[in-house]
Design a protein around this ligand. Structure first.
Ligand code: PLP
Length: 349
């Protein structure tokens, strides 16, 4: 049986009131604003931004087909990852269960908040076993993190297994879909109404090409989003970010083109990497990166770095011994990588 939201939320969060800003207390049109101690003389940036970013949420709402009240926007996905832990997990009492290997920020945020973090090893093909994950949970497990497509492995997690977790787990399930735009499968957004314990995380940092702008999204029931809004910093998304993303959202065609280009680049890299003698295995990917097992990951990483080509060495990560994670770059960058690797083969002969 799923727990009631009140039973899942930390008592202090459930009972507290959000900070009420000047912008919260008066909304609407007026000719003189003397309520927020702002400086009236610097015209463009002197006013506090909308604390709940409604204009932006309206636009995102249309694209994602999710009501604005079920959307939270934060300083990257990293903000909602931290907030979800602070809403649901009592330090030193509650725990989090997550897949292993996966994105490092879940662990970091759990550590910062002094919340136990339990890892469940994926299988040899980086697949999720729902039963095994559920066995790691207990009455103090408030939160499960799933990342699909997963980082650093690149693959989507099996839908049926995720569904089993959503059905059987009594607490909150956060599915991180940072790479969903590169995958063939559907997002979990359409299941929000079906599962009141589901939180879907997405970001503008990857397919949208806006990593520098820092905007992440969380989608969940209006009740859960209300809790995010209760504990967030009042003006967590600045006006530069709000305006920039607002403009970028008007270019959906460009983004589609980018994704097509990157998927082609991914195919090119996959084909060319497969021909190299020191490449032992190329893992299937649903993302804009490829996990590759090579004969000497540390050595290859260093040799590439010496040539000015930087990839991510994942050699010490669970199940990823010998692996490098390679982001799909622009066409000329991909070619540079492959040519550099090919030159290494020749020089070794
Ligand atoms: C890159 C990435 C993010 C994005 O984080 P932002 O803070 O939005 O830039 C989130 N989750 C995963 C798994 C990622 O790989």
């Amino acid at each position: 049986m799923r727990m009631k939201l009140q039973e899942l939320v930390r008592m202090n969060v459930w009972n507290m009131k959000a900070y009420s800003s000047a912008r919260d207390e008066f909304k609407g049109e007026a000719s003189v604003f003397l309520d927020a101690n702002e400086n009236p003389l610097n015209d463009k940036y002197n006013r506090y931004p909308d604390p709940l970013q409604w204009a932006l949420k309206e636009k995102i709402s249309k694209i994602k087909n999710i009501e604005p009240g079920k959307i939270f926007l934060g300083n990257g996905s990293d903000e909602p990852i931290d907030l979800v832990i602070r809403i649901f997990c009592e330090p030193r009492i509650d725990n989090i269960v997550a897949i292993d290997p996966t994105y490092g920020m879940y662990r970091v945020c759990a550590d910062v908040n002094d919340v136990e973090y339990r890892k469940v090893l994926l299988d040899d093909n980086f697949g999720l076993d729902a039963q095994k994950l559920l066995e790691k949970t207990d009455e103090n497990t408030k939160l499960v993190f799933l990342c699909s497509p997963n980082n650093p492995t690149g693959n989507l997690l099996n839908r049926r297994e995720i569904e089993k977790v959503l059905h059987a787990f009594r607490g909150i399930v956060a599915i991180d879909e940072a790479y969903i735009d590169f995958a063939q499968e559907e997002t979990w957004l359409d299941s929000l109404d079906k599962y009141s314990n589901l939180i879907v995380l997405q970001t503008f940092s990857k397919a949208w090409g806006l990593a520098a702008v820092r905007l992440g999204m969380a989608f969940a029931s209006a009740e859960i989003i209300g809790l995010f809004n209760r504990i967030k910093y009042p003006y967590n998304v600045n006006i530069l970010t709000q305006n920039c993303v607002n403009g970028e959202l008007d270019k959906p065609e460009l983004r589609k083109q980018w994704i097509q280009t990157l998927l082609k680049g991914r195919d090119y890299l996959t084909d060319e990497l497969a021909k190299l003698p020191f490449v032992e295995r190329i893992y299937p990917t649903d993302s804009n990166f490829i996990l590759v097992k090579v004969t000497d990951a540390n050595g290859l990483y260093r040799k590439l770095a010496d040539k000015g080509v930087i990839v991510r060495n994942r050699n010490t990560v669970s199940l990823c011994a010998g692996c490098l994670r390679i982001t799909v770059g622009a066409d000329d960058e991909n070619r540079m990588l492959i040519e550099t690797l090919q030159a290494m083969c020749i020089s070794e002969k």
